[in-house]
Ligand binder design. Sequence first.
Ligand SMILES: Nc1ncnc2c1ncn2[C@@H]1O[C@H](COP(=O)(O)OP(=O)(O)OP(=O)(O)O)[C@@H](O)[C@H]1O
Ligand SMILES: [Mg+2]
Length: 228
Amino acid sequence: MNLTFTNIVCGYGDTLVVRGVAGQVQGGRALAIVGRNGVGKSTLLKALAGLLPLAQGQLIWDGRNITGSALHTRVAQGMAYTPQDNVVFADLNVAENLWLHLDDRDADRYTDLFEQFPLLARRLSQRAGSLSGGERKLLAFSRTLGLRPKLALLDEPSEGVQPENIDRMARLIQHRKSTGASFIIVEQNLEFVSAFADDVIVLDHGEQVLQGAFAELGRERIERHLVV
Ligand SMILES: Nc1ncnc2c1ncn2[C@@H]1O[C@H](COP(=O)(O)OP(=O)(O)OP(=O)(O)O)[C@@H](O)[C@H]1O
Ligand SMILES: [Mg+2]
């Protein structure tokens, strides 16, 4: 698995938000996209998912040019995307959220996730709207990982989640990486990022101001770009 993106330029209407971002992620690796509020992290992730047209740039996935393809086409090829907000259907129960659009009702799909997050297993028949914000993020995270994607794009999965469950998310991501899965994860929580990220892109005002191997750059240097 290899996704390579070059010179990504995108935005909303005439307003270009992301300007000239490039990177790549390979099988078994995780790329973190970090940056302060409003710098364009979600916009970049939406573009990588195929939800936003590119003004410029190219995406190559396993040798195929997927630049213009829609999210559903990418999903059929093994990509999954979890947005930052409105991550679950509030009027459906937890089970319905998990099995929506799936042909099977196979609980095995979620075995490792239910082990880590027993609250989900206990609340299968509860309305997703009755969950806290952090619990909804856990539900969306679990649904995405239950799909066993080759490449998961996650937008701030740890936002509002309790620290012990953030640690469990990191462990699940690490485990999935060891089976060959790859991740592109937008985050603000560097502690969480440091637990799984191989590579990092720091965005500021839509531009890439720092990129490279997380361990080589070091957390302090990355952190310096995040303080206001
Ligand atoms: N749907 C939209 N239409 C127009 N402008 C938008 C839209 N979504 C975001 N923007 C603008 O694009 C810029 C980047 O927003 P984006 O959501 O990508 O930032 P972010 O880094 O994800 O922020 P946060 O950390 O708050 O999630 C902001 O100025 C924002 O106001
Ligand atoms: Mg965002």
